[in-house]
Design a protein around this ligand. Structure first.
Ligand code: ZN
Length: 116
């Protein structure tokens, strides 16, 4: 379950930003190619945040679809559930990944008061 490792990585980023303040909310973008199951990430996060952060630190996950661009015909293809690196227009496999590899913290909401 790599969601636990991702949660720890996320907690490190959030904790550095929070600098002792309570964390209210974390907005996260996760690309489809990361193969993250949102429910599993939420579950892992609930355990990890308890040990590393103060405040509710509610996690909001936005999933970014995986898109590839064809180097042969220039068409862009959005991948479905099955990850197939193949152009939908000309079936070429000469493709570049446009999006889907994100693991990005968009915003972190913290309280303005610093804890003593
Ligand atoms: Zn193509």
């Amino acid at each position: 379950m790599h969601e636990v490792a991702l949660s720890r990585q996320l907690a490190r980023i959030v904790s550095r930003h929070a600098a002792g303040r309570e964390v209210l909310e974390v907005e996260l973008e996760v690309g489809h190619l990361r193969q993250v199951v949102p429910e599993a990430l939420q579950f892992a996060w609930s355990a990890v945040r308890k040990n590393t952060l103060s405040g509710p630190a509610q996690l909001n996950i936005t999933q970014i679809p995986a898109v590839i661009a064809c180097r042969n015909c220039g068409a862009r293809t959005q991948m479905g559930e099955v990850l197939d690196f193949c152009c939908a227009k000309c079936s070429s496999r000469e493709v570049t990944t446009v999006s889907g590899e994100e693991f990005r913290v968009v915003s972190i909401e913290v309280t303005s008061e610093r804890k003593q």
